[in-house]
Design a protein around this ligand. Structure first.
Ligand code: HEM
Length: 190
């Protein structure tokens, strides 16, 4: 059972890491302070990379474990999974979203000179937000611990963290929009 417990633990920590990354990504794009942006971006990427490593461990462990029968083909055709098929479909879509976001993120540095790519980058990066939301749905649908108070607290905490980051960003954008330009300039020189 050790592998089964490790698989589930890796899934839970991956979900937390993706939540941290999503929240910091929202705060980064709303921040105007270069130094703050740099650190937010740094931790945003590090959390995403850690989440991806844990996600790989989660997937390998659930496939390798003998407690439930999950074949590697689940990654291309999750509908046929004998174990919680709907939850697996949602989990595999979450995985696709995260992998797409990682590939696009890695390509960003290399293709930064291309204006066309930079324009499309933000739209493609939405795959990460979709992947994050799907990963929450997957945990609620397929996790053994989904009904336990601690897992519910973690899942609600993840949703609340991203919602709070979204509200904070929307409020600071609204404040900036309602501040007359000259007042904003005076504020910056103080
Ligand atoms: C972004 C992608 C994913 C994340 C963040 C994630 C995370 C999680 C979480 C948090 C749980 C609940 C663990 C528990 O309640 O103890 C879980 C369960 C599970 N996941 Fe994933 N998962 C992802 C993708 C996948 C994929 C692609 C597969 C297919 C191989 C998979 C297979 C499973 C299985 C079989 C369970 C059920 C474990 C149980 O019965 O408790 N997951 N996952």
């Amino acid at each position: 059972m050790t592998l089964w417990y490790l698989a589930r633990a890796a899934g839970v920590v991956a979900m937390i890491m993706f939540t941290l990354s999503a929240s910091l990504g929202i705060l980064t794009s709303g921040s105007r302070n270069p130094e703050r942006r740099f650190w937010l971006q740094y931790v945003h990427r590090s959390a995403a990379a850690t989440g991806l490593v844990l996600l790989v461990a989660h997937v390998i462990a659930v496939i390798a474990d003998a407690y439930v029968d999950i074949s590697p083909t689940v990654l291309v055709w999750p509908f046929a999974s004998g174990y919680r098929p709907f939850g697996m479909v949602v989990g595999v879509l979450a995985l696709y979203g995260m992998v797409l976001a990682a590939v696009v993120g890695a390509a960003r540095g290399r293709l930064a000179q291309s204006e066309a790519f930079t324009k499309r980058w933000r739209k493609l990066h939405i795959a990460a937000s979709a992947g994050w939301l799907l990963s929450i749905g997957h945990a609620l649908l397929s996790g053994t611990d989904r009904g336990t108070p601690w897992m519910l607290a973690i899942t609600i905490g993840c949703l609340a963290a991203v919602a709070a980051a979204g509200v904070y960003r929307a409020r600071s954008q609204a404040e900036r929009a309602s501040t007359p330009l000259n007042l904003a300039r005076v504020g910056r020189t103080r």
